[in-house]
Ligand binder design. Structure first.
Ligand code: NAI
Ligand code: MG
Length: 356
């Protein structure tokens, strides 16, 4: 199994080295190769996604990505900015499924803005489609309105589209993810108003026949938003389109209150994927040794589960993270009185120790 390790810039290298340490402690013989990306790619080769880095990502079984986007690159032309590397990787690796778990460990229940009893123990997974929907549909633009009461004035317009293959492949990813978890899937749509999402609902219902062990239900997006803050623990896996998923996954992430804890995966049709923390390169704390490495370590656990077929090892890593939290160890972003404040390196070492 070959893993492409792309630390990036900002806190990227600091958090990635902790995740690599944890992977090395599992006693498996992974081949890991590191390459520069984002600001580090620009420094080394004048491009955020150097050719060699892309080649490595293409030939690897999985990509472990840190973070990119240090402020010092903000003045570069857009194609040279670090964030372009993520877009380039998504496109070249055909990553169409974004998996974002929102997990709230009971020890961190105080970090949420919601009441502890509503969110404590929360463990849901949002599967967001990444390539279609109104974000990319043509035609789009600004034109002179051709009809209706505002005919003749200017109007902005976009087009919502989803093709059957696009819906089918994201539905398969979501059903398979549900099979590996609580075996329940909620498909979120707006079928009462939008033709695109009536079609979405029909196709997901068809795909469900291939997964008799998963219980499927459908929910309108407005209700889903309401249920996410009212009783989020009622969900297991949620699958939805690009725009609804963008909004719902950010809302779900914030139920947990701690960006330093949230992993993510972006998958292709063969479960090859790119794994990265949900947060950015945190330039404000880069180089200080205080970044929380747990989101990256948990991303490595997702990689073990979804791309490397090592569910048991994934369980081990997740259990080790729970153990260090139970021991009261906290990086600054999740620190509360009565707990022990540790740095990035110490947190990584504690997870390695807890694996044993
Ligand atoms: P950010 O997620 O980097 O930071 C937001 C806040 O959370 C900061 O105060 C930061 O110190 C804190 N934070 C983030 N990760 C943390 C961790 N592991 N431990 C402790 N504290 C942590 O988001 P921001 O500030 O909006 O963006 C900074 C740069 O990152 C920008 O250039 C942005 O474009 C880029 N970015 C990159 C992403 C990626 O690499 N996939 C995703 C999001 C943003
Ligand atoms: Mg967003």
């Amino acid at each position: 199994m070959k893993i492409a390790v792309l630390p990036g810039d900002g806190i990227g290298p600091e958090i990635i080295s902790q995740a690599v340490k944890v992977l090395n402690a599992l006693g498996e013989s992974f081949e890991m190769e590191t390459a520069p990306v984002g600001g580090a790619g620009y420094e080394a080769h004048g491009h955020p996604l150097p050719e060699g880095t892309l080649k490595l990502a293409l030939e690897a079984d999985a990509v472990l990505f840190g973070a990119v986007g240090d402020w010092k690159y903000d003045t570069l032309d857009r194609p040279l900015r670090p964030e372009q590397a993520i877009l380039g990787l998504r496109k070249n690796l055909n990553l169409f499924a974004n998996l974002r778990p929102a997990i709230l460990y009971p020890e961190l229940a105080g970090a949420s803005t919601l009441k502890p009893e509503v969110v404590s123990g929360l463990d849901i997974l949002i599967v967001r489609e990444l390539t279609g929907d109104i974000y990319f549909g043509q035609p789009r633009g600004v034109r002179v309105c051709p009809d209706g009461p505002f005919m003749g004035s200017r109007e902005g317009f976009d087009t919502m589209r989803y093709s059957e293959p696009e819906i089918r492949r994201i539905a398969h990813v979501a059903f398979q993810a549900a099979q590996k978890r609580g075996k329940r899937l909620t498909s979120v749509d707006k079928a009462n108003v939008l033709e695109t999402f009536q079609f979405w609902k029909d196709i997901v219902t068809e795909v469900a026949k291939e997964y008799p062990d998963v219980a499927l239900d459908h929910m309108y997006v407005d209700n889903a938003a309401m249920q996410l803050v009212r009783a989020p623990k009622k969900f297991d896996v949620i699958v939805t389109g690009n725009m609804f998923g963008d909004i719902l996954s950010d809302a779900a992430a914030m139920l947990t209150g701690s960006i330093g804890m949230l992993p993510s995966a972006s998958l292709d049709a063969n479960n090859k994927g790119l794994y990265e923390p949900s947060h950015g390169s945190a330039p404000d704390i880069a180089g200080k040794g205080i970044a929380n490495p747990l989101a990256t370590i948990l991303s490595a656990a997702m990689m073990l589960r979804y791309s490397l077929n090592r569910a048991e090892q994934a369980d081990r890593v997740e259990a080790a993270v729970k153990k260090v939290l139970a021991q009261g160890l906290r990086t600054s972003d999740i620190y509360e009185e009565g707990t022990t404040r540790v740095g990035t390196e110490e947190m990584g070492n504690a997870v390695v120790k807890a694996l044993a």
